[in-house]
Design a protein around this ligand. Structure first.
Ligand code: NDP
Ligand SMILES: Nc1nc(O)c(N)c(N[C@@H]2O[C@H](COP(=O)(O)O)[C@@H](O)[C@H]2O)n1
Length: 239
């Protein structure tokens, strides 16, 4: 079992998540409210360490009233424990899970640094460290561990590298994208899905349109991710 994963971003018409100088003013006010409503509906929000280092996000519900809701769990995918201790995502507003990797195979000095960082992170009351894989986070294993922690739904906010990791492993169930009437350009500007990329159409992600509607000056597009039905066929043949 794995949590239901909704990928949501605000992107420009040319698919950028920020400018080359990390200006991320893309969504309008109403779209941010839409995003915070999704945050209210899910058990957790997940970002990569790149987003934390560039944006220092809060990842709490603050654009709409929280009412008697709790903030969702914040998940930061961070293989090398690079997260700064002063990050806003480590504050007391919500529980935070740091998804990282085992480091037994590292040389002594790096092992000691990781051990030190873990001690500092574990001294923060609402922080929990979850280990999945080596070198980079094993996202399939992480999803299974999060499901066992009663996290049944996740808003995947990005950035582009983590989005790639999740799409590559077929772990995304739904896509909601706000497309702003803006062009940022820049071959080095981050896009919705970065990383290695699929090599062929057959490997790529296919989407099924759910809805589309105007929002602020832009358009929101919503899709289901079509799941590979070969697996279903295999399952059926097994029965
Ligand atoms: N407009 C929008 O909606 C949004 C915009 N953004 C923008 O995106 C940019 C950040 O994106 P990006 O730099 O790609 O960073 P990400 O937030 O995507 O973090 C990627 C990092 O996560 C770590 N990671 C660990 N395991 C994995 C794995 N299995 N798959 C993928 N990543 C893994 C890696 O670092 P390590 O090896 O150290 O573990 C990797 O470099 C910023 O400019 C931010 O402003 C971000 C979110 C939303
Ligand atoms: N949906 C969306 N639209 C935009 O225009 C954005 N810039 C983002 N950014 C994401 O939201 C995070 C900031 O959240 P907080 O307000 O600090 O809680 C940022 O880190 C990106 O993940 N998203």
């Amino acid at each position: 079992m794995k949590p239901y994963v909704i990928s949501n971003v605000g992107m420009t018409l040319d698919g950028k998540l920020s400018t080359v100088e990390n200006d991320t003013r893309i969504s309008g006010e109403n779209d941010l409210k839409r995003v915070h409503q999704i945050r209210k509906d899910v058990d957790a929000i997940m970002v990569g360490i790149g987003t934390v280092l560039k944006d220092d996000p809060k990842l709490t519900i603050h654009k709409i009233p929280l009412e008697n809701n709790k903030n969702p769990v914040r998940i930061v995918v961070d293989s090398k424990l690079r997260i700064p201790l002063a990050s806003r995502v480590l504050n007391e507003d919500a529980k935070t899970v740091i998804a990282t990797t085992a480091f037994d195979n590292l040389e002594e000095s790096e092992k000691n640094k990781r051990t030190e960082k873990i001690k500092e992170l574990e001294s923060i009351e609402n922080v929990e460290i979850v280990y999945s894989g080596e070198d980079k986070v094993d996202l399939e294993l992480l999803m299974s561990k999060l499901s066992k922690m009663d996290i049944k739904s996740i808003l995947l906010e990005g950035g582009g590298t983590l989005n790639w990791g999740m799409f590559e492993k077929n772990l995304v169930d739904e896509v909601r994208v706000y497309v702003a009437p803006k062009i940022f350009g820049g071959s080095n500007a981050p896009t919705y899905v970065d990383g290695e990329g699929f090599k062929t159409l057959e490997e790529s992600v296919e989407l099924e349109l759910i809805d589309y509607y105007q929002m602020d000056e832009g358009i929101v597009l919503e899709y289901f991710v079509k799941k590979d039905n070969n697996q279903d066929n295999v399952d059926n043949n097994d029965n």
